[in-house]
Design a protein around this ligand. Structure first.
Ligand code: PLP
Length: 423
């Protein structure tokens, strides 16, 4: 299947491409579905062909007109990953993708591809715990400094101020996680991408690369590349995999940026397995249906929570009021509300733990985006490493509970939530 119908110029929608694009049945015994290519290595037709493949892989020559990198070895590439990457690049409106063993493998490989000692990475806060550790502890060992600004309104202005303070030419990577987790604050992707272009225009050397962790709303409800971001990153463990049965990661962007990321992936060995690639292809066929249905149930549950007497605050974009600056930003950069909800119960940790222990349908586990609904306690679980005063600034208290809404029948989820909240 091609990217366009033969009857015109308009591209197919990603939901359609997810079922057939970038796979040629004639190369696999006419099987309608891509098989799993469980092989570590690929045979060359001739020694000359092997030579030509390696010349391209090592960048020793430019590709001929229309020449694609041939398959060599599964740490470099594999058909299952290649098909998934092409379908995801189409979904994100980008040129190329790179699949990784985990979301953290994607984030670390992408950032390391563009930084050197003395450089500064600007990031929103909070970010995923592993990302925070990478930026704060690991990059520091290699002389790369990370500076954080609070997610939400005014991120571009705050980042510009930090850039002025540390030296604008030192900024190499700008990293956004939006919406932030668990407070679900949105940061302005277009404004920050504009700042990156401004910083890049002032210098001769390497440009500033804007990266967006799109795990929470992508690829269905947010397309950072269309807002000016350079690299779109996912923990594919979450909605893309969608069934809580694998860990994987992905980055998409222009060929010029994804190529050096893929080269570093080859050396660090952060690629994923063919079987994971196959599972991701299978999951991609339903991601649109799953995410829309999950978001619809989440909206209903957010309303239930907002009206519940024991609940003091609820975060879900469906509850944003038009006079909130976050409402305008949400309308500008997202096309749906997603299925994460954070809420607070009165009575702090003890009360929250009692609620957590009463769920029967929601599973008490971290992670998100799977078909099953999950519930967790950010302060003592996913964000246990964050100092309490920082958590307070993020609006996370002992009474905060986070839900990831799955595909169970809505009436059962409602019933379970009401039951868990009973005194
Ligand atoms: C889970 C997650 C990650 C890390 O992904 P892994 O697949 O667990 O390595 C990164 N960012 C966000 C927003 C996540 O939710």
């Amino acid at each position: 299947m091609k990217r366009k119908h033969s009857d015109g110029e308009k591209e197919f929608n990603p939901e359609t491409l997810a079922l057939g694009y970038a796979y040629d049945p004639a190369r696999s015994e006419m099987s309608v579905k891509p098989p799993v290519f469980l092989t570590s290595t690929f045979q060359f037709e001739s020694a000359a062909e092997g030579k030509r493949f390696f010349e391209l892989a090592y960048g020793l020559r430019d590709p001929d007109e229309g020449e694609q990198q041939g398959l060599i070895y599964s740490r470099l590439n594999n058909p299952n990953l290649q098909i998934f990457e092409e379908r995801m690049a189409a979904w994100d409106r980008t040129e190329m993708g790179a699949t990784f063993s985990t979301g953290m493998a994607a984030i670390s490989t992408c950032v390391l591809a563009f930084v050197e000692p003395g450089d500064v990475v600007l990031s929103t806060s909070p970010v995923y715990g592993g990302t925070h550790y990478l930026f704060h502890h690991v990059l520091a060992k290699y002389g790369v400094e990370a500076r954080f600004v609070p997610a939400g309104d005014g991120v571009a202005e705050a980042m510009a101020a930090v850039a002025d303070a540390v030296g604008r030419e030192r900024i190499k990577v700008i990293f956004l996680e939006t919406p932030a987790n668990p407070n679900l604050l949105h940061s302005d992707i277009a404004a920050v991408s504009a700042l990156a272009r401004e910083l890049s225009a002032e210098r001769e050397g390497p440009q500033v690369v804007t990266m967006v962790d799109n795990t929470l709303l992508g690829p269905i409800f947010q397309r950072p590349a269309t807002l000016g971001a350079d690299v779109v990153i996912y923990s594919a463990t979450k909605f893309l995999g969608g069934h809580s049965d694998l860990v994987a990661g992905l980055a998409t962007g222009s060929a010029a940026l994804i190529k050096p990321i893929r080269d570093l992936r080859t050396i660090l060995g952060t690629v994923t397995t063919p079987f994971n690639g196959w599972l991701l292809l299978r999951s991609l066929e339903t991601v649109s249906v799953r995410m829309r249905r999950q978001a619809k149930s989440a909206k209903a549950l957010a309303k239930l929570l907002a009206e519940h007497p024991r609940v003091t605050t609820v975060s879900h974009p469906s509850l944003l009021k038009p006079d909130d600056p976050q409402y305008e930003l949400f309308e500008q950069q997202c096309t749906g509300t997603g299925s994460l909800i954070s809420f607070d119960v009165e009575g702090g940790e003890e009360a929250a733990f009692a609620v957590l222990d009463r769920f029967e349908v929601f599973r008490l586990a971290v992670s998100l985006g799977g078909t099953e609904s999950l519930v967790e306690h950010p302060m003592r679980m996913t964000h246990a490493d964050v100092p309490p005063e920082d958590l307070a600034a993020l609006g996370v208290t002992g009474g905060t509970i986070r839900l990831s809404v799955g595909l169970e029948h809505l009436s059962d989820l409602r019933r379970d939530l009401r039951h868990a909240l009973k005194e």
